[in-house]
Write a protein that binds this ligand. Structure first.
Ligand code: ZN
Length: 276
C-alpha cells in the first residue's frame, strides 16, 4: 500500500511528465465512479479537459495538483488509496490494466490513473484551495518536507495511551507514515510497538524521529524508474527488514523470530528480543 515514499515517487513522476503540459481530453471509467466523488465521472472529465498542469505538491500521502483552466486555478487532490498508480503511455493504445482515468496530454502521451481496488481518489478542488479540504487541513507536518519537530512529536505521543505503533500512524501526528514504515521505524528505533505512546522517554522519542526519517529516506532513494511496484503485488520483491517477514530470523540479533501481531486491525511486525 502506498505510503509517503511511494506517493513522493508519484509526485516526482507527475512533475517530470506533466508539468507545463495541457490536458487535451480526459476519458474516465464510468464503473469507477467512486474515485471521482463528489463529482460524477462525466463532470470530472469535463472540468479537467483543457486544463494545464502547473505544479504538484505532496503532503503526507496526498498529492495536491495545481491546474489552470481558462486563466483560473483549479485543484486536483489525488490519493492513491491501496493500489493507485500514475502511469505514462505513449499514444492511445497500450492502456494499462485498471486504468480509471486517462489524461491525453498535448505532446501525444497519455497519463493514466490506474487503480485495481478503487480506493484511490481524484477530487476536484475549486480554486485550488486545498487548505479548505478538511482531510488536508487535518494533516500534521510532512516529515520529509518539514522535518520532525521533537517537541511537537513528544507532545503528540505524550497525550496518548494508544500503542506507539498506532499513534505514529495517525496522519495528524506524522503525515505519510503508514503501516509498513511504522513497523520498519520502530524496529530501527528498537522500540516495542505495543508500548503506550505516553510511556516513551525523550531519548526514545528522538530515536523514533530519527528512525522514521531514515526509513522514509532510504525508500525514496530506492524507488527509481518510471513505474513502481508495491510490495503486496504478486511477485514483487520485499525490500523491508520486518514487514511481512513473520517467522524469519531478526536481521539485527539473528536469534529471535520476527513476530506478527494485529494492532488496530493492521499487521505489525517486530522482534521481541531487540525491541523493548
Ligand atoms: Zn532481534
Amino acid at each position: 500500500m502506498p505510503e509517503l515514499p511511494e506517493v513522493e515517487f508519484a509526485a516526482r513522476s507527475l512533475r517530470r511528465w506533466a508539468e507545463g503540459h495541457q490536458i487535451e481530453g480526459v476519458a474516465v471509467e464510468p464503473k469507477a465512479a467512486r474515485i471521482f466523488r463528489p463529482a460524477t465521472p462525466r463532470t470530472f472529465a469535463k472540468r479537467i479537459a483543457g486544463a494545464r498542469f502547473e505544479g504538484v505538491r505532496r503532503i503526507g500521502k496526498h498529492l495536491l495538483v495545481a491546474l489552470e483552466r481558462d486563466g483560473a486555478p483549479l485543484g486536483l487532490l489525488a490519493h492513491l488509496g491501496m493500489t493507485g498508480k500514475w502511469v505514462l503511455r505513449d499514444g492511445d493504445d497500450d492502456v494499462p490494466r485498471f486504468s480509471r482515468a486517462a489524461f491525453r496530454l498535448d505532446d501525444g502521451r497519455t497519463l493514466h490513473f490506474s487503480d485495481l481496488r478503487l480506493f484511490g481518489r481524484l477530487r476536484l478542488v475549486p480554486g485550488a484551495r486545498f487548505e479548505a479540504v478538511p482531510e488536508v487541513a487535518a494533516l500534521g507536518p510532512d516529515p520529509i518536507d518539514a522535518g520532525i519537530d521533537l517537541a511537537r512529536l513528544a507532545a503528540s505521543l505524550g497525550r496518548s495511551r494508544l500503542a506507539v505503533k498506532v499513534r505514529i500512524m495517525d496522519q495528524a501526528v506524522l503525515a505519510g507514515v503508514g503501516n509498513i514504515y511504522a513497523s520498519e521505524a520502530l524496529f530501527r528505533a528498537r522500540i516495542d510497538p505495543r508500548r503506550p505512546a505516553n510511556d516513551l522517554s525523550r531519548a526514545e522519542i528522538a530515536r523514533v524521529a530519527e528512525a522514521v526519517l531514515a526509513v522514509l529516506r532510504e525508500s525514496i532513494a530506492r524507488d527509481e524508474g518510471d513505474e513502481i511496484t508495491y510490495v503486496e503485488e504478486p511477485g514483487a520483491a520485499n525490500p523491508f527488514r520486518m514487514y511481512d517477514r513473520a517467522g524469519e530470523r531478526c536481521p539485527r540479533c539473528g536469534q529471535a523470530e520476527i513476530q506478527r501481531i494485529v494492532q488496530a486491525q493492521r499487521s505489525t511486525f517486530f522482534c521481541p528480543r531487540c525491541q523493548r
